[in-house]
Design a protein around this ligand. Structure first.
Ligand code: LAG
Ligand code: CA
Length: 952
């Protein structure tokens, strides 16, 4: 029988719970007698190795006790080892953090020593596994580990093991180790070319698993992590760190390594496999590699949590209420969550300290909302424009990073703000409790919520102060606002909770108020003492049913406890007499391993939903938990089908084209969508490449329950009389009719500033690569292009551009063609040839022949259907049909130039240089190519920027 011991470095608060010896004995006896079904292999491994998941015996012996096993992390970007040691003693340990995540400790390249010094990212280009770096020596590293340990803080090392440097010319590393391309003499991290993957090109297509894992991430030489030799070198490095006393690893670029290979590396380690592993897997909808694959060797980061924080603080924070029960996120007990990290504060995928109050409030949320294990971030100031975001931390002329001086150098020291430092103790105290009493005000941007009977949080994400009466489960007393200042002894702001748990709070503009029994003069008893509680638990797919083992006051059920019943959509429930507050754990056939905290939930309230680590005081089966939104759409007579493509809250988007709407009253379609009550975003399309976005681009947004969209205008309420409505069904898509013409001759009169207009067109779903193809001058001011082979197609559409940032996409609607001749000028379409001269009225042959298109063999490179919400600034003026697409940079590389040269009748060979006309043609051709190249470059840059989010 394993007796639970707490690692001294992990435990922050004395556990106040005592239970009778008799109960412990009974529980132990139960464990000894029960034939437990072995859990799946990887969970078993985690339970014994990670110390993050409690084992059956732990849970049962701990039934009366809460043993925190996942502590808060502080990610200290580019802090020196000496500075971290001091900070552990002075700030981090006392605040209650369990771990510090440090920047990569291994030897790295020296980096460019120009006027701006060495960039931060030299840390991510290993030369060897010697612990000599700009952040400190091996001795300093070990001293930091020990000093922090003495302050009850453990170290997590950032392990860069996917690659070595990105250098093509030979050099010497920070610790004096020479290297050259794919040649690293070590001795630790000793590699030659045979130890690298065969692919030597950069990753371009994130849709290709092999490429993402075996090719080079931003030119970094990619280790053959499948080879036994490489695996052992890496394992030895991790063991070395573990033996120094490192408690865990953040596995850098985990997505770029095969998950099974990482499991193999882990199994080759000795001490390191006992440690906490967390994988940096940047989950991106639609990509083949997902964070869940990596759970066999550790936890994963949940980037969607951070993205949702940004979207909500820039939208409505009321959308955050049900985050923890969202079944699309990683299961909370395996998820690492954060507001930002060093990459996302630069690429702006998330909030960052540049967002000021919103950022601080997001940190309050991070430490007060029950989902995942939180990691706060602290780095240094930088200007987020261009090259400046690459500048390194304050450093000496030779590139050593300077020790942190919060008052004098660029380190933000933001972790010392009360919204972070004072929230850690709060988190440690409340994390086993449910979230309760969620309240929304001010249109969803002032919210309040409680944690158990000991905490309450009010957030004000508006620019005005907001005075509200909040309902809480707090005992009566006077409470300090623990985030008003660092000083808690002589509290700056206090609030009084009355005997009914009500408290009047004027929440300052952009600020938070956090009340915690630990800093109060609480006098009364807990407020909530109703007779019974209904608990809902979301069943794991591997469980056939669910038991709740619970204790009210001193009396516990006999393990495995009471059986819950299947109530709705995977939620199992049970109603128990509770007298307010009680403790519970959930299990099925001996599997008790899925509690975030390794201990019991402490629950109060009438209805509580529990799912993989989060407990939230709502009824997930109540009709109000799920909101039905009825969407009406005015039929477009040219569309055979009408689809609604949508997403909300943390729910991903539907797969394009979305869901087919069904006809209702005359001229209208309808679709009922079930949401979690958060704002719904939606766009419409005909399933055939034609999209309807609101004026100005982006998506329609609403949190109303009945909406109608007619000619880009949204109104609320049904446009049909009830008696005229047809029942909603799941219609079959109608096959649209094909065109009966062979070609479309397009004339376009460009705005003045354009030299040669380009036409970017789609034959059905098959689009040209942006920017498309140059048009030919037809007559004064008019350009033309003929799109061939359109017979039978159901749509032909186009947009125009100047191979620069100017696009004419018909106000996001794209131009659609159904006739043989079409002329467009100032957004108006007519159907006659604007260059046609009456026979005899002028010289013949003023019309230049239109270039024929490069044949239907051209690669159908652009996906016209967006796979994500269409961004508010649709693709730099790209047609809305050409949604965000990973492959573009690559596609644009093999531009249409080649095709042009082959097919453009204007292309000229040297032999033709006989008359001035030809010279002009050559000049025009050269100019076109130049313009095309510039355009392509611009687009590549733009695309690379867009793709950065998905990278790394
Ligand atoms: C990561 N996670 O998966 C790190 O969080 C991220 O910060 C690392 O990129 C990346 N993966 C590799 O470990 C950082 C910078 C890159 C930098 C790279 C290597 O964001 O900008 O690349 O570290 O130092 C730099 C240049 C590249 C160049 C490369 C190789 O920016 O243009 O190709 O060095 O010379
Ligand atoms: Ca790799």
């Amino acid at each position: 029988m394993r007796v639970v011991t707490h690692r001294s470095g992990e435990r922050k608060k004395p556990v106040k719970w005592q239970k009778s010896i008799g109960l412990l004995a009974a529980a132990c006896l139960f464990v000894a007698l029960s034939a437990s079904t072995p859990a799946t292999a990887h969970l078993d491994a985690n339970a014994s190795k990670l110390q993050t998941v409690a084992t059956q015996s732990q849970i049962v012996t701990r039934a009366p006790d809460v043993a925190p096993s996942k502590n808060a992390i502080l990610n200290m970007f580019q802090w020196t080892w000496n500075s971290i040691a001091t900070e552990c003693t002075d700030v981090i340990g006392p605040a209650g953090f369990g771990y510090v995540q440090v920047s990569p400790p291994q030897e790295h390249i020296i980096g460019d020593m120009g006027a701006n010094g060495s960039p931060w990212w030299t840390s991510y280009q290993p030369v060897s596994y010697k612990l000599e770096s700009k952040l400190g020596t091996a001795e300093e590293f070990a001293a930091m580990v020990n000093t922090c340990k003495a302050a009850n803080v453990s170290i997590i090392a950032d392990a860069v093991i996917n690659h070595m440097t990105g250098q093509t010319t030979p050099g010497t590393g920070w610790g004096g180790t020479p290297y050259s391309l794919e040649n690293y003499p070590g001795p630790e991290g000793q590699y030659t070319s045979e130890h690298f993957h065969d692919c030597k090109t950069d990753i371009a297509n994130y849709g290709d698993r092999e490429e993402v894992q075996n090719c080079r991430l931003v030119a970094l030489q990619d280790l053959d992590t499948g080879s036994a030799y490489v695996q052992q070198e890496i394992a030895d490095y991790l063991d070395k760190l573990a033996n120094i006393g490192v408690a865990g690893f953040r596995i850098d670029a985990a997505k770029h390594m095969d998950a099974t290979e990482l499991e193999q590396i882990k199994s080759r380690t000795t001490s390191a496999q006992e440690k906490f592993w967390i994988h940096e897997v940047i989950g991106s909808g639609g990509e083949p590699i997902q964070p869940t694959e990596y759970l066999g060797s550790g936890d994963s980061h949940e980037f969607n949590y951070a993205r949702t924080l940004k979207a909500s603080f820039n939208g409505k924070i009321s959308n955050l209420q049900k985050l923890g029960i969202n079944q699309d996120l990683l299961e909370g007990y395996r998820a690492g969550v954060f507001v930002d990290n060093h990459d996302t504060e630069r690429n702006q995928e998330t909030l960052s300290h540049h967002a000021g109050n919103k950022y601080l409030q997001a940190n309050v949320f991070l430490f007060s909302y029950p989902y995942g294990s939180p990691s706060a971030y602290t780095g240094y100031e930088f200007a987020n424009d261009g090259i400046a975001r690459e500048f390194g931390a304050p450093q000496s002329p030779s590139g050593e990073v300077l020790d942190v001086d919060c008052a004098a150098n660029a380190f933000t020291c933001i972790h010392r703000q009360p919204e972070i430092s004072n929230m850690v103790g709060f988190y440690n105290d409340v994390r086993a409790t449910e979230l309760n009493n969620w309240q929304n005000f001010e249109n969803g941007n002032v919210v309040g919520y409680g944690r158990g009977e000991q905490g309450f949080v009010a957030l004000n994400n508006t620019e005005q102060e907001s005075k509200q009466t909040f309902r809480t489960f707090l005992p009566q007393g006077t409470y300090c606002n623990i985030v008003a200042s660092n000083e808690l002894e002589n509290c700056a702001q206090t609030y009084t909770v009355d005997a009914a748990g009500q408290v009047d709070i004027t929440v300052p503009a952009g600020k938070s108020v956090v009340l915690w029994t630990s800093h109060s003069t609480k006098t009364g008893a807990p407020v909530y003492d109703e007779g019974e509680t209904t608990v809902y638990f979301h069943k794991y797919s591997s469980w056939a049913d669910v038991n709740m083992h619970y204790g009210v006051a001193e009396a516990w059920t006999t393990p495995p406890g009471a059986s819950m019943k299947d109530t709705c959509d995977g939620w199992y429930s049970i109603t128990v007499p509770s007298n307010g507050s009680f403790e519970a754990v959930f299990n099925y056939q001996g599997d008790w391993n899925k509690q975030l905290h390794g201990g019991n939930y402490r629950l109060s309230g009438d209805k509580i939903a529990v799912t993989h680590g989060s407990a939230i005081n709502i009824d997930p089966c109540a009709a109000s938990a799920l909101t039905k939104v009825v969407v009406y759409y005015k039929a477009n007579p040219a569309w055979a089908n009408h689809n609604v493509h949508y997403g909300y809250g943390t729910k991903g988007w539907t797969t394009p084209p979305g869901e087919l709407m069904s006809p209702t009253c005359e001229g209208w379609l309808r679709k009922t969508i079930t949401t979690d009550g958060s704002e719904l975003e939606l766009v419409f399309n005909n399933g055939n490449g034609e999209w309807d976005n609101p004026i100005g681009g982006g998506n329609y947004r609403s949190d109303a329950t009945v909406i109608a969209i007619d000619n880009k205008t949204m109104t609320f309420g049904a446009p049909c009389a009830p008696e005229d409505e047809l029942p909603e069904e799941n219609p079959e898509p109608v096959e649209p009719e094909g065109l009966e013409i062979d070609q479309v001759k397009v004339f376009y009169r460009a705005p003045h500033a354009w030299t040669v207009p380009y036409i970017h067109f789609g034959r059905g779903d098959n689009w040209t690569s942006a920017p498309g193809l140059p048009m030919t001058e037809a007559c004064e001011g008019w350009y033309t292009y003929t799109i061939n082979e359109v017979l039978g197609l159901t749509s032909v559409s186009a947009v125009f551009n100047n191979v620069g940032s100017d696009w004419d996409n018909n106000n996001d609607l794209n131009y659609k063609f159904t006739t043989e001749i079409v002329a467009i000028e100032n957004g108006n379409t007519t159907f006659a040839d604007p260059c046609f001269e009456e026979p005899g009225s002028g010289e013949p042959g003023t019309e230049t022949p239109s270039p024929s298109e490069p044949g239907s063999e051209q690669p159908g490179t652009e996906t016209p259907l967006p796979t994500e919400p269409i961004p508010n600034e649709p693709s730099n003026g790209l047609p809305i049909a050409a949604g965000p697409d990973d492959g573009d940079a690559q596609v644009l590389g093999d531009s249409e130039e080649t095709d042009d040269d082959q097919d453009n009748p204007n292309s000229t060979s040297k032999g033709d240089l006989a008359d001035t006309g030809s010279v002009v043609s050559v000049l025009i051709a050269v100019l076109s190519v130049l313009l095309l190249v510039t355009g392509v470059m611009t687009l590549i840059i733009v695309r690379i920027k867009q793709n950065n989010q998905a990278k790394a």
